[in-house]
Write a protein that binds this ligand. Sequence first.
Ligand code: ADE
Length: 239
Amino acid sequence: MKYTILTLFPDMIKQGLNTSIMGKAQEKKLIQIEAVNIRDYAYNKHKQVDDYPYGGGAGMVMQPEPIYEAYKSVIEDGNKTPRVIYLTPQGKPFNQTMAREFSKEEELIFLCGHYEGVDERVIDRIVTDEVSIGDYILTGGELAVMVMIDAISRLIPDVLSNETSAEIETFDDNLLEYPQYTRPAVFMDDRVPDVLLSGHHKNIDVWRRQQSLIRTYHKRPDLLETANLTEADRKFLDK
Ligand code: ADE
């Protein structure tokens, strides 16, 4: 997967994704991250990339030309153009289903806004998807891009090792994950549930499924409306 980020703060992106699993995924060439500085495509000699909003009002607006030129510099002629994701609190809320869908692409371009926004005309011309990472306002799209790249990349084959596998986890079937335990078997008089020490895999699977249902019911009941529930799940929840 190749990610290209159009941003005014390329160092922030590079530093933020250089360590841990994202760093390793880059070393192994499973993902490639290129941060393009929009300021390098500024039109005037002061390298200015923003201006006052037409019609008045507070703040500055990012100008269309530098963004468009930065975009053109990363698009290869003839090839199918990649999706261009604009990070904005007005976008579609990011979730695990979207992460999975994006992880199937070969290349993604992200546009990070700043100041009060981006001139609408360049959004209309290049953006294919508007995405928000939550109902709050960040100072810019950079942190949001890092969140998305992390969530998308861990779904790409071989990015996670077996120990950190994404095989069964929260949001599969739209349910929260069951509780996990490791050694010691007793911690401050609190014993790991017997079933997990029993070695009986069928019983463990049933217990885990029920724990997922209980957790989702208590912590995120909204998810149950669209969860993939079996007949047995429904019976259990009715109790
Ligand atoms: N830019 C500013 N706030 C944002 C948010 N919540 N999600 C995505 N991009 C943003």
